[in-house]
Design a protein around this ligand. Sequence first.
Ligand code: GDP
Length: 656
Amino acid sequence: MWRLAQSGRLQSGFLLGVRRYAKPSKKASTTISNSLKKLNFVIPNYISVNKLSNLLNCRSERLVKDLTGLGFANVTQNYILSRDYVELILQEYNYELPASRKQLNAQTVYDELKSPVNPKLLQKRPPVVTIMGHVDHGKTTIIDHLRKSSVVSQEHGGITQHIGAFQVVTPVSKKKITFLDTPGHAAFLKMRERGANITDIIVLVVSVEDSIMPQTIEAIKHAKNSGNETIIAITKIDKIKQPRERERALERVTADLIAHDIQLEQVGGDVQVVPLSARSGENMDLLEESIVLLSDVMDIRAEDSNKVAAEGWVLESQVKKSVGIVATVLLKKGCLQKGNILVCGNTYCRVRNLLDSAGRPVTKAMPADAVEVLGWKEIPEAGDQVIQAKNEAQAKKYNAKRIALLEVEEQAINVEKLNLERGLKRDEDDAQDENEDGEDIDSTKQELGPKKVNFIVKADVSGSAEAIKESIASLGNEEVVCNVVSSSVGPPAESDLKMAQITDSKILCFNLGSLPTEVINNRKGVDIRQYNVIYKLIEDVTQVLTDNLKPIYETKHVAQIDVREIFEFTLKKKVIKIAGCRVENGKIFRNSTVQILRNDQVIFDGKLATLKQGKDDTLEVTKGNECGITFEKGFEDYEAGDKIMVYERQRVPRYL
Ligand code: GDP
């Protein structure tokens, strides 16, 4: 178990927060025998420790003890285990696990559609280049210059648009280079987070006037970490006209770069330096040729054939008035053509048209090409990966798989939160127990925050689900809040019921028509409520939250009885004291709750043991009548002059 935890399996997003790890002891090894036991149940996605112990036919206390021995901290019988943990536990208990389950998640579900690398199809492709450096050192000016040359090189001479990337053809070697034109934007950060490195070469821009500045250092760090090859462009050389002065300034910058551990050619490394002016265009061709030279050395290749599934990344996406949803895709491999089917995020596309950066239709896109792709069902997100599917049915199937996995992941996060909250609640109870000496526990309470009441939202369309989630998420106060465990489209499925059961959620159905009675009266006992008017739903959720506010009671005195005299009887050699009383106000009942007051101090709080009129037991005595009373718990410390107050505790209505 510890070994597995260390191996990284426990880092998966599915795994639920076991709050603190301790290095496990060998306690649980007592459960292990040599032969593997057959598993006679299907492993659920989530299960409480209690239920798992039922399935394993062992006592839950034993399972809790073993789990603690295995390094799970603060586990109780209510603790919810995710499937990954259940599998680890089953291994420890020596069960035979089902054939290995592929660890799919929403991020990797489309990997199944990818074609394996086919070395025979690998062909040289243009390099993809990012320009980085300190602000004002000339990145945009270089890009503008390159883009202009890209326009000039195109026959029609039109204006290129910003679509996230563009291509230039080098003047001498006539080779293509793809430049990414907004390297700092969110899509790139997202791709980087996912470990995707779509850039081959970084051009690090350093102004000859300012040399290395803070963002230059950042860019150097990034270049080193990404493993990309680097070319240095020393910009703005036109600003220093005098050749000797220019020489000295260039030497200063190169010395600074070497000091930052950049292996320049001057010191025997392989990083080329190109002094240039993007304003005058001096040496810009040299920069392009240096990139081509480097990419030749790097021997950058991809399969540029339609025999493999096309793969790429969305650089930008938007809705254009005339054509609808458009996404710029930088192709990584394959050959993208009209009619191809692509999946991306939660959407898919039958490629209706492909446009280059000048807005001209093209018949196909090859690796390192950036093209605008038209034909998306919904807008894909910049930074998401695009993969070709065989046909529309397969794309829809994989979209659905991914959406289901996303829901499971969302639920996992919520279950994790729930486990944490339950743990905190237990800590609070422990703190309260320890606090019997009257210490102030308010600080603990404050940390715990308000009580969360869980709901699962199911609606007819995603817009309604989202709107309901937003409307109810803000309901509540500092004492109780609404927690939406999940919100999705369609009638409650078995998985929703299970999740509702585990998280103690009510399911709110909106505009789903009338649900089958077996769903409404489900065997899990989940409270399913149906609405078709949103304000009714909000009203109802508000009421549920109100019902969860801590009840406040007030004490109301309903009768007053005076103790006039004390009588003593001997029964079976035991002296019994009876309070001889008169009812001054109201009525006293045999089952009344009373307080006995002496000088306004409460000396007893509890129930009657007997109520008699004369020698007979009675159920009630009204105003003006006399009676004899004894009290429960053997209380006899009353005397003439004491007052008995009959009271009722009444719940005070509370509102959010
Ligand atoms: P960025 O912030 O790195 O994108 O820098 P810009 O490309 O916006 O350039 C910042 C300023 O420097 C602008 O006023 C440019 O016109 C100017 N600039 C950029 N490159 C050169 C160059 O090679 N020579 C001269 N003289 N000015 C330049």
